[in-house]
Design a protein. Structure first.
Length: 651
């Protein structure tokens, strides 16, 4: 930065001839250090630029040079971006101003200066919004998402990437779409959602290959290699990361440093400590060249651990201190507060702009209404004498028609209100009856223990405690279903669809209920898709699967069987839970999913329930554009089915 300021002052103080001489002495030798033909070509264009070239073209060329250098030489990239910014501001070019400011922000991001990067991108987005440049807004949201990812605000990060993704789809920008998928992959990787991370990284790579830009796709290969390293697929990790390092004419030192750090991590985990240290040191040297603080703190941690494992504690302590130093320089309270302040300031600015627009809209509507009233009044004055009786009859007829319409609306609302009151009264009766039983059991047994504790044998006490535990769990399940239903009625349960692995969500819930299966000696059979994805809300879908499995366990006798299977039909995945239980009479089946007509049937071990579980299932499935139904024959068991949208990926 000091060298840049020095050049800047010389440029302002000396003549144009000296400025040209400085370019010959400094920039030309510098450009030769970069072998990449595109960079050489751009710098050559800048050196030969004509006097009559427009300011916009000059700023555009300087921004391109900055973009070529930002991963290899931060100081030089900053120089060209700042030169472009100076020209853009002198000539009032908003598009180029925002582009230059965002470029500087990107360099700050590479260097790990996240608070300054956030400040630059906030300023850039503000300009993009004023000029309605959707691509610029989307790119800004992308980097803000990456910064939030570094703060470990993963959900906020993913939301910003999704907003950017929607804009990219609307403007049909394939390049931006690829970057969105790549950055979402980074956020999911940091969030340790490895399946989703790989899914987005592969999608980004596919788009780059379809666009004929395999070299840009090396960033996605690099991310995939590091994901493979974290999940223990070391051969795949080595193959991907080596491909990045050995790529011809690839001068992205930032990415190469990251790939080498990934290999250092792989070889550390596989026990080849010499290779781990070799790649770690090479990664560290490259990270220092581009002044990438995050990469320096990342690889110094790996080196410290490798040296410690090898028993070279002096070197381990050296790199541990460096890791601590870089971590403290990136993540501290002051930087965190500044980033959060900038984010809140942007939200406040957006809210103020929206409020202002609403006030202007109200004024426009008021003026329009006043003009309309004045016009109508003038017409009425002209024709009142000729049309008074006619208008009176028309108005009377219209009033009667509106009155009839309002009466019909009131009758309809009264009907709905009556239905809601009936559902509420039924619900309270169910809760009052079913909650009383487990609570009464707990109270009765605790009274017995309290009064006659010394008279019970250990086995008798254990039996009573098991019954108390069972009744307590039964009461807790009733309360959980009640609370879930109440939250769904209040609208406080959000639906946030995302790609979900079908087999994983089913496996997770069968594991949770493993004890219940064992207690009744039930044989669980699964017939599931592998590597198939729903596009659904994780929590809502998990609740549906868990309730259907719990319901099947309740009505299946000891030694019975439950089958959970998945199929695909009409662009949706169908999940079925089949039991060999009691079955459901035809007259009861229509009541299962309605809160006002909940079934009072007991389970095979006299288990009780409010009937809310299936009501919640219906509401959560329909909330996600799915369908749920039952197939049952009394005495032969039941099959509960529901469908949800499938997640389709190209290729």
């Amino acid at each position: 930065m000091q060298s840049y300021l020095k050049q800047y002052n010389l440029r302002r103080c000396f003549s144009a001839g000296i400025f040209v001489l400085l370019f010959v002495l400094i920039i030309v030798p510098f450009s030769r250090a970069y072998t990449q033909s595109s960079l050489d070509s751009l710098i050559h264009q800048w050196q030969k630029i004509k006097i009559d070239t427009t300011p916009r073209e000059k700023a555009k060329l300087l921004n391109k040079i900055g973009a070529e250098l930002r991963f290899s030489n931060a100081d030089s990239a900053n120089y060209y971006y700042n030169k472009a910014l100076e020209i853009a501001r002198e000539n009032d070019l908003p598009h180029m101003i925002a582009k230059s400011i965002s470029g500087i922000g990107y360099v700050k991001y590479v260097e790990g200066e996240y608070d300054y990067a956030m400040e630059n991108f906030m300023e850039g987005i503000e300009i993009w919004e004023k000029t309605d440049n959707q691509r610029g807004i989307a790119k800004g949201l992308n980097i803000i998402g990456l910064i939030q990812n570094m703060q470990e605000h993963y959900r906020q990060s993913i939301r910003n990437h999704q907003k950017s993704l929607e804009i990219a789809k609307q403007i049909s920008d394939t390049s931006l779409l690829s970057h969105n998928h790549f950055n979402m992959g980074i956020s999911y990787y940091s969030f340790k959602k490895y399946d989703s991370a790989l899914l987005h990284a592969q999608k980004a790579l596919q788009l780059k290959e379809e666009a004929g830009k395999p070299k840009e796709g090396l960033r996605m290969v690099n991310l995939m290699g590091n994901i493979y390293a974290d999940i223990g697929k070391y051969e795949k990790a080595i193959s991907a990361l080596t491909k990045v390092i050995n790529a011809e004419n690839y001068d992205n030192k930032w990415e190469i440093s990251y790939a080498m750090a990934g290999l250092a991590k792989v070889f550390k985990e596989t026990g080849d400590l010499d290779k781990s240290i070799d790649y770690g040191i090479r990664s560290y040297e490259l990270a220092k060249e581009v002044n990438a603080k995050w990469d320096k703190q990342n690889v110094t941690k790996i080196l410290a651990e490798a040296y410690a494992t090898k028993g070279e504690y002096k070197n381990a302590y050296h790199y541990h201190k460096l890791h601590k130093k870089y971590s403290d320089s990136i993540f501290n309270e002051k930087r965190e507060n500044k980033i959060n302040y900038l984010r809140l300031k942007r939200e406040e600015s957006k809210n103020k702009a929206l409020a202002k627009e609403n006030r202007l809209q109200e004024i426009r509507i008021k003026r329009r209404n006043q003009q309309l009233i004045a016009g109508v009044a003038g017409i009425v004055v002209l024709i009142v004498l000729a049309s008074l009786l006619y208008r009176h009859n028309r108005l009377k007829a219209k009033f009667n028609k509106n009155l009839q319409h309002k009466n019909a609306e009131i009758a309809d609302k009264n009907k709905k209100l009556t239905e809601l009151n009936l559902a509420k009264d039924t619900l309270f009766r169910v809760i009052a009856h079913d909650l009383r039983t487990p609570i009464s059991v707990v109270v009765s047994y605790t009274d017995l223990i309290k009064e006659e504790f010394d008279e019970y044998e250990r086995e008798e006490l254990l039996t009573i405690i098991k019954r108390i535990h069972y009744s307590s769990n039964e009461g807790l399940r009733l309360l959980e279903n009640l609370m879930t239903w109440a939250r769904s009625q209040s609208g406080s349960i959000a639906c946030e669809p995302q790609p979900i692995n079908v087999a994983e969500i089913i496996q997770e819930n069968t594991n949770l209920l493993q004890t219940n299966f064992k207690d009744k000696n039930i044989n669980l059979v699964t017939d599931l898709f592998k590597d198939k994805y729903l596009y659904a809300d994780y929590n809502l879908t998990s609740t549906v699967v868990r309730n259907l499995l719990s319901n099947a366990i309740k009505f299946t006798p000891e030694g019975g069987k439950i089958i959970i299977a998945t199929t695909h039909e009409n662009g949706k995945h169908k999940i079925s839970v089949t039991d060999t239980g009691m079955g459901i009479p035809k007259g009861e089946q229509s009541k299962l999913f309605n809160v006002g007509e909940t079934s009072k049937r007991k389970g095979t071990n006299d288990e009780r329930g409010t009937g809310l579980g299936l009501v919640i299932c219906r509401e959560f499935v329909e909330k996600q554009n799915g369908r749920i139904w039952v197939e049952s024959e009394e005495g032969k068991g039941s099959r509960f089915n529901f469908t949800l949208p499938a997640y389709h990926q190209k290729g």
